[in-house]
Design a protein around this ligand. Structure first.
Ligand code: MRU
Length: 352
């Protein structure tokens, strides 16, 4: 079974908060369950929440159509549900992108009943999912070209940008899987990724299950690993990339980029076109999700700080484009000057 699946009018996905100790699938027949799952990180990772939201919209449209009110009111109720789904997580643009893609389709077509809308959303949600699988495969191939002729690679990654975070192979981990398949990979160093441990619970789990060599380190060990000459490159995913090439990703990514620069190690970002915000130039304008204090005050449910202490808990940070060596996309590897290469990406996306 895949990470996310649409079966018999039900969205089924693996509850990532339970990994690696329990394998529990959640069956959603109500869009509110999808919203709750996105908010609580049961389904997480920028592309995966876009895919889940696409299916969530089918459930939202179905509920709206079941209401005993005129069609125009059913439609506006559906738009309200969509807005609530979009508000669940603000930083990863893939969520808003997937919802806007479906809403644009509805606005462009002059539908006269909810049944036709539900059919159209279903086709589009499946298309978003299938497209993500193919984007991952293409990114993996392009990313591997950055390492042509190199063997014994040791790659550091942060958070989880793998199969669990997408509909397919993963973004950063897709490239890593490709390097492994090519026989070029010696070791993946996975940052644990405090506070919610996506690195240890998900990345180490995913790679270990697939027989890809992985070494786990807590986040504060990255500088040591680089100083010891253990890291050849950093590859991370992204939640939003601006037209200047500033990159929002899991908190701690910016620190890694600074460290990579200090140690003269290339810092690569892998992301599909759906992670680019073509309407935003500057990374400082990216909304950063602030999460509950409890995530920092406790460690897996056990209190680990004095009661009542103040907490800072941003879920993401922004790496300025100057620190990004290259951005791996499904269309190829983007090099600086990103204002030019991202504009070219945008044009080729609009053409296709
Ligand atoms: O809060 P999360 O776990 O959803 O954050 C996920 C990340 O930051 C990933 O690195 C990012 O979405 C890239 S995923 C392909």
């Amino acid at each position: 079974m895949k990470n996310i699946e649409w079966q018999n009018d039900t969205l089924i996905f693996l509850d990532q908060t339970k990994l690696p100790t329990e394998t529990i699938y959640i069956h959603c027949t109500d869009w509110r369950q999808v919203a709750e799952a996105i908010k609580m990180l049961r389904v997480r990772g920028a592309p995966a929440i876009g895919v889940a939201a696409g299916y969530g919209l089918i459930l939202a449209a179905r509920e709206a159509s079941s209401l005993n009110i005129p069609f125009d009111e059913q439609l506006s109720t559906f738009y309200e549900f969509s807005e609530s789904l979009k508000e669940t997580r603000p930083t990863a643009i893939n969520l808003a992108w997937a919802i806007e893609r479906v809403l644009d389709l509805i606005k462009e077509n002059n539908f006269h009943n909810m049944e036709d809308i539900i059919k159209a959303i279903t086709v589009e949600a499946i298309a978003i999912h299938e497209e993500d699988i193919s984007l991952n495969q293409r990114m993996a191939k392009h990313g591997a070209t950055l390492f042509d002729g190199q063997q014994g690679l040791r790659i550091l990654t942060h958070c989880n940008a793998g199969a669990l975070a997408t509909g397919g192979l993963g973004t950063a981990l897709g490239v890593i899987r490709q390097l492994h398949g090519n026989g070029q990979l010696a070791m993946v160093y996975a940052d644990e990724t405090r506070p919610l441990l996506q690195g240890s619970r998900l990345t180490a789990f995913e790679l270990h299950q697939d027989g890809i060599p992985v070494t786990l380190e807590s986040d504060n060990m990255a500088a040591y690993a680089m100083q010891q000459g253990l890291i050849d490159a950093v590859i991370v995913g992204a939640d939003r990339i601006t037209t200047k090439g500033d990159v929002a990703n899991k908190i701690g990514t910016y620190g890694l980029a600074v460290l990579a620069k200090a140690h003269n190690i290339p810092f690569y970002v892998a992301a599909p076109y759906s992670t680019f915000d073509f309407n935003l130039a500057d990374g400082k304008d990216i909304p950063i999700e602030m999460r509950s204090d409890d995530e920092v005050l406790s460690f897996q449910g056990v209190p680990s700080a004095p009661e009542g202490i103040q907490v800072l808990n941003p879920a993401f940070d922004v790496t300025p484009h100057e620190l990004v060596t290259a951005i791996i996309t499904e269309k190829g590897v983007l090099q600086p000057d990103y204002e030019i290469s991202i504009e070219e990406l945008k044009c080729s996306v609009l053409e296709s």
